[in-house]
Design a protein around this ligand. Structure first.
Ligand SMILES: Nc1ncnc2c1ncn2[C@@H]1O[C@H](COP(=O)(O)OP(=O)(O)OP(=O)(O)O)[C@@H](O)[C@H]1O
Ligand SMILES: [Mg+2]
Length: 459
């Protein structure tokens, strides 16, 4: 089924609600009018009957023989049409007006009070009342013609019935126009949003200063575009940096191969060249592995295991590798890891990798003769792994950037050590995936301390 536009739906609702209101209003007004008229007619009939009763009471006491004449005189004094008939308990007519005779208004069988409508040619509303006087019972019957009233009600009914469709048509046209006007800014936003693509991600929607939902919608979309632009730029930058980093070792390998092919004469020369190429290949695979890991982490594909891991074991393992690295550089390596078991929920491989990144940095950025120490402590439900070195330190200017991808404080020096600037990005991602954090303190020329906080499992 084709979806119906909001504009049409709004109009349909509008017309539907109006139709229901009109129907409700019509029925209620019709009933109120009818009841109101009948009530006032009934009151007037009551008055009339009471008047007749009073005359009869008086005449029957004073001169019963003049009853008919008195009733006629009484009726003639009234200005309304004469609808009165009176009869006694034996059903004999005491008085019967010409109109009552003409319309053959029947004698009610029984009942002290009865309103009804006799539909002959003329709708009548009739009141019957009984009275006793001088040992006899009489029935007084008065009536009022209802034709004018019912005509008026009828006219009203037709007016509502004929006017309603006209009103409904006007309302649908008006409603359609109004909802179109109300939704026009949405169309504008849609058109503007359609224009935005990866080539002009810096473009933003116009924000109407109306303080309403549409202003909020445009602002929300603009904030979304801000976030998209930031990630998009980051990805573009990442790709550019990655390609750049790959180009250098590839160029090196190519040159080494070409030179070796051209100039090598002995097997030893070839071996030397092969060794250089192998070293570059190792660096490149490590780079590609890091890139892949970060790309998978960004895409949300790389997921952490959720095992119970003893951080102390994990850190001890990393220190084994660290010792080898430190020895190669003639550094003192100190290890102070709590014998206690500290458990976290997470991935032991990832944690091992995180610790190794920090040990690797500490070793890499500490000159020969210095020292690297690793400590594990516990505080406030967190395990804290501390990596302290007596190395070159990090300047205050570099500090905010060191966790960014491909950031190296000293590019040339770092590359010399085989660094590409991805270690700390990976470390931070792992720590955060374990709901932990990393903090740094450093004094240039004196050394640095990196501390990893990891929330512990409750025993
Ligand atoms: N312990 C440290 N002492 C001094 N500088 C450091 C230390 N750790 C990191 N840095 C600085 O932070 C930068 C980023 O570190 P990161 O580990 O992310 O990259 P990297 O070590 O250069 O390369 P890799 O991706 O191989 O780890 C380093 O280039 C270095 O300048
Ligand atoms: Mg590093």
């Amino acid at each position: 089924m084709k979806p119906i536009s909001i504009r049409l739906r709004l109009t349909a609702w509008y017309v539907g609600v109006l139709l229901a209101s009109l129907t409700l209003f019509g029925v209620a007004a019709f009933l109120a009018m009818k009841k109101g008229i009948e009530k006032s007619v009934d009151e007037s009939l009551e008055g009339q009957a009471a008047g007749v009763e009073e005359v009869m009471g008086r005449v029957l006491q004073e001169e019963p023989a003049r009853l008919q004449d008195e009733l006629r005189e009484h009726q003639e004094l009234r200005e309304q049409a004469d609808f009165l008939q009176v009869y006694d308990q034996d059903g004999r007519w005491i008085y019967r007006s010409r109109l009552m005779t003409h319309y053959e208004v029947p004698v009610p069988i029984k009942g002290y009070f009865a309103y009804n409508v006799v539909s002959v040619d003329l709708p009548l509303r009739v009141l019957v009342r009984a009275m006793s006087a001088g040992g006899a019972t009489y029935r007084i019957q008065v009536a009022a013609p209802m034709d004018d009233f019912y005509d008026a009600i009828d006219r009203f009914k037709w007016m509502v019935l004929l006017l309603s469709p006209v009103l409904l048509v006007l309302a649908s046209v008006g409603g359609y126009w109004l909802s179109g006007r109300a939704l026009a800014p949405v169309d504008k936003i849609t058109r503007a949003a359609q224009q935005i693509n990866s080539n002009n991600l810096e473009k933003r929607l116009d924000v109407p200063r109306s303080g309403d939902e549409l202003q909020r919608l445009s602002q929300t979309l603009n904030h979304m575009l801000d976030r998209l632009e930031t990630s998009f730029n980051r990805i573009t930058q990442f790709t550019a940096d990655a390609s750049h980093e790959l180009r250098t070792p590839l160029a090196l390998m190519r040159t080494t191969t070409e030179v070796s092919l051209r100039t090598s004469q002995t097997i030893a020369d070839y071996r030397e060249a092969q060794k250089e190429i192998l070293a570059e290949l190792e660096k490149t695979s490590s780079l590609v592995e890091k890139l892949l890991l970060l790309a998978r982490a960004d895409a949300g594909v790389e997921t952490m295991r959720r095992d119970v891991v003893n951080v102390a074991d994990c850190l001890r393992d990393a220190c084994e590798d660290g010792k080898v690295l430190a020895e190669a550089k003639h550094l003192t390596f100190l290890e102070d890891i709590d014998a206690k078991k500290l458990f976290v929920e997470g991935d032991s491989h990832a944690l091992h990798r995180l610790f190794l990144v920090l040990i690797d940095n500490a070793v890499k950025y500490t000159p020969t003769g210095g020292s690297v120490s690793v400590r594990l402590t516990q505080s406030n439900g967190s395990g804290i792994a501390e990596f302290r070195d007596t190395g070159i330190g990090i300047s205050a200017d570099d500090m905010p950037q060191i966790f960014e991808r491909f950031y190296r404080a000293d590019k040339a020096r770092s590359r010399e050590f085989g660094g590409v600037g991805l270690g700390l990005s990976i470390a931070r991602w792992v720590a955060e995936a374990h709901k932990g954090s990393i903090e740094v303190q450093s004094t240039p020329g004196t050394g640095s301390v990196f501390r990893v906080h990891l929330p512990l499992l409750e025993s």
